[in-house]
Design a protein around this ligand. Structure first.
Ligand SMILES: [Zn+2]
Ligand SMILES: [Zn+2]
Length: 337
């Protein structure tokens, strides 16, 4: 029998269809879309020697004269802001009785994770992954200081089916002037749960997952990685800080080192088990104006792209997941990461 399962942190339902349970080999591999890459590609705007093809970097880590990581404004940005950051708040415009419009103000940056065209987060040195996490934090904080930025979104698209248009290893940050209802609905749900139980629903969830153990993939000093009870995707993994924290920008150096390690472990397990699939990961944190509140808990969601949302998913928001998260977790646990 299949099951409906409710996501405890946002109320969304999924269908876990264990009757049609699929194993890793049943999913069409996206690895076949990937070819062996050269260490340097003269046509790639992110490779060394092509720095002039990008705008001036907003953040850079150097080793002697060479850069090892840098963040640059996205030249195909959906949102942008002037060089001189305004300190007054932008006004929304009512363009008809019902239509509201706001200027496309925001920041879109690409974090170039390595000078090497063929680098892969899975095989990087621990110190290189740490620098990626640190760049997320630094840019998160810097962008949060802009009074017209409401939400800073950090994410990575890996592979064409995950939305990556360039091969060179990179992550992205898009900071927007508006909040999405997707986010505000989650916050409202979490705040209501806090008002009901008097505790953070995520902290309760982590405690419960640690007790049950069957969906846990691994636990480090500061983080837990588990497959959610109501996972929308096969092999979807959440990484949450064990200690309550709502705002990603408050992460400490020791926690960043630990996060670099557990993120790499999980991505390596996914790489091995599912044969280098395309994937996305994204950070969920309270929007910066909310501060480090007690009702929300920041986390990272990692979703290998093994299935495409279709009409039912798009129409209802209810996802059909053909690999139960308990099975996903067991298989990921058993991979030597
Ligand atoms: Zn490149
Ligand atoms: Zn919490």
């Amino acid at each position: 029998m299949s099951e409906y399962r409710q996501n405890v942190v946002n109320g969304e339902w999924v269908i876990i269809s264990s009757e049609r349970a699929k194993r890793p080999a049943d999913y069409a591999s996206t690895a076949k879309n990937k070819t062996a890459l050269p260490e340097h590609n003269p046509d790639c705007p992110f490779c060394t020697g092509n720095e002039h093809k990008c705008q001036t970097s907003t953040y850079e880590i150097k080793n002697g004269n060479s850069w090892i990581l840098r963040s640059v404004p996205n030249i195909f940005a959906a949102v942008s802001r002037p060089e001189q950051i305004p300190d007054t708040l932008l006004q929304r415009q009512r363009v008809s009785k019902i239509h509201l419009l706001a200027q496309g103000y925001g920041a879109a940056e690409v974090i170039i994770e390595s000078p090497k065209h063929n680098a892969n987060l899975v095989f990087m040195e621990k110190s290189e992954v740490y620098e990626i996490i640190k760049s997320y934090k630094e840019r998160f904080i810097a962008l949060s200081h802009d009074p017209n930025i409401a939400m800073v979104n950090i994410f990575k698209n890996y592979g064409a089916t995950a939305g990556a248009s360039l091969e060179h290893p990179h992550s992205q940050i898009i900071a927007t002037h508006v909040l999405s209802t997707h986010i505000t609905d989650s916050l409202t749900y979490a705040r209501r749960a806090f008002n009901t139980y008097g505790t953070c629903i995520f902290c309760d969830l982590i405690k419960r997952e640690l007790e049950a153990g069957d969906r846990v993939v691994t636990v480090s000093k500061h983080f837990i990685a588990f497959c959610p009870f109501a996972a929308r995707y096969p092999y979807e993994v959440r990484i949450c800080p064990l200690k309550h924290s709502a705002l990603f920008g408050t992460i400490s150096t020791e926690e960043m080192e630990d996060l670099a390690s557990i993120l790499q472990v999980i991505l390596k397990k996914i790489y091995i088990l599912l044969k280098d699939p395309d994937y996305n990961y994204y950070f969920r944190t309270v929007p910066t104006p909310d501060g480090d509140v007690r009702y929300f808990h920041w986390h990272i969601a990692i979703t290998p792209r093994l299935m495409k949302p279709a009409g039912f998913e798009l129409g209802t928001g209810i996802y059909i997941n053909t690999t139960p998260p308990e099975l996903s977790a067991e298989q990921l646990r058993n991979v030597e990461g």
